[in-house]
Design a protein around this ligand. Structure first.
Ligand code: FES
Length: 237
């Protein structure tokens, strides 16, 4: 297998050709925050939290979708990156209604954890306060649009691992919304197998299992990586 050499935070590393900056960084124990990326699923570069600096250019690059190339010099931390990541998280927080104290994922939410680690103690943008639907129609699960950050991890988990293609994002921009099947209630989605992979993939309290009062709902995003690895082995054997 071909390899490439590059620098990440000054350290010379060797990575497999085709690996992204994020994958190479993680292989060398370097932390880059992520939200829409989930190991085991394709990367979309939707949240912009994983931005890194590339020497010789002013452009910031999404580490999860940028292939590491020979000779690159990547910086994963700087005041500029910190500020950019903070802004990305703040914009997510104001877009919907992320009220942690009454959220089923309080204490286990990746957005909340990221906001804490970036020390987002307040937001500098006006809250949208949209009035969004909570879809309780599924017998086992709940979709709360108020908590959805449109990361599409559920969309990809359902399509790429379960092959059910229940989820999609409808509309554009601020009107974007997660929809199931033909934009009907989730309980009417005939393709839904009830497997729960979307629940496990969701980083927030947007998709949760019914019957768990906060903060007892358990999620395991590692499960997605394990299922994906099993499928890869099965394909190759
Ligand atoms: Fe890379 Fe979201 S994790 S853009």
């Amino acid at each position: 297998m071909k390899t490439v050499s590059a620098r990440i935070d000054g350290e010379l590393i060797t990575a497999q050709e085709g690996q992204t900056v994020l994958e190479a960084a993680r292989d060398h124990d370097k932390y880059i925050p992520t939200l829409c990326y989930l190991k085991g699923l394709s990367a979309t570069g939707a949240c912009r939290v994983c931005m890194v600096e590339l020497a010789g250019t002013d452009r910031l690059l999404a580490a999860c979708t940028t292939p590491l190339q020979e000779g690159m010099s990547i910086r994963t931390t700087s005041a500029k990156l910190e500020e950019y990541r903070k802004m990305a998280v703040e914009l997510l927080l104001v877009e919907r209604n992320h009220i942690c104290s009454v959220c089923a994922s309080n204490g286990r939410c990746e957005l909340q954890a990221l906001a804490q680690s970036l020390e987002v103690t307040h937001v500098r943008y006006p809250y949208n306060n949209p009035r969004l639907h909570v879809d309780m129609s599924h017998p086992r699960y709940v979709l709360d649009h108020n908590r959805c950050i449109l990361c599409t991890r559920c969309v990809r988990a359902c399509a790429e691992l379960e092959g059910a293609h229940v989820w999609e994002v409808s509309a554009r921009g601020i009107s974007s919304v997660l929809v199931s099947d033909m934009a009907d209630d989730w309980g009417n989605a005939r393709n839904c197998t009830g497997c729960g992979k979307c629940i496990q993939a969701c980083p927030t309290g947007a998709l949760v299992e019914k019957g768990f009062a906060f903060p007892s709902s358990e999620k395991s995003s590692e499960m997605i990586a394990r299922i994906s690895a099993t499928r890869t082995i099965a394909h190759h054997s």
